[in-house]
Design a protein around this ligand. Sequence first.
Ligand code: PRP
Length: 212
Amino acid sequence: MTLQKNKIKMALAKGRVANKTIDRLKEIGYVFPDYSKESRKLIFTDTTNTLEFFLVKSPDVGTYVEKGAADIGIVGRDVLLEHPADVYELLNLKIGQCRMCVAGFKDTQIQYNRKLTVGTKYPHIAKNYFTQIDQPVDLITINGSVELGPILGLCDCIVDIVESGSTLKENGLVVLRSILDISSRLIVNHVSLKTKRAQIDPIVEKFKELAF
Ligand code: PRP
């Protein structure tokens, strides 16, 4: 399968936001009949033949768009902050809304005049936050199931995404501080925005319906 030149190519972060995004795209007229959560296919074309999306790991969305392999991309603000890319951030799509938080056991003291060990998938965001509040930290990068960190004594607390709060609750942890509001963003390649404006503008206008 090859990507068609006349369609707008969109990189989409795999995972739970992808499923939500594809559902929301249906509401604004972009239907991808071949897509299913179970499919191993990576590239999908919509029924109007104007938009083609492919699924990539979330930190790679910015890379595909920055390099022009994708014209546009949809990715969380958390990912863009952690893995900055030279792209235009055009819209807050308000999909996948959640918070970046410091979490741990409820009696964990932040800013306690001692160095904290912090487990996270987001070392840059965590470092920036603790620098701002003058809290010395040792950061440990963990790639998933971050909530295990405090439970197993790997770290004092974590910096992670909280959406429903179920993962924290079911593991006996609580939010200690809220750091940032997160949601999905529409990003665009600098060159595509100039050279494919006629194709991109109507798509952006449609996507605006999702943002309100
Ligand atoms: C994310 C995040 C939390 C969880 C929060 O993990 O890292 O663990 O979701 O969601 P909740 O507040 O709705 O429970 P993800 O599901 O991406 O899996 P991972 O732990 O493998 O990264």
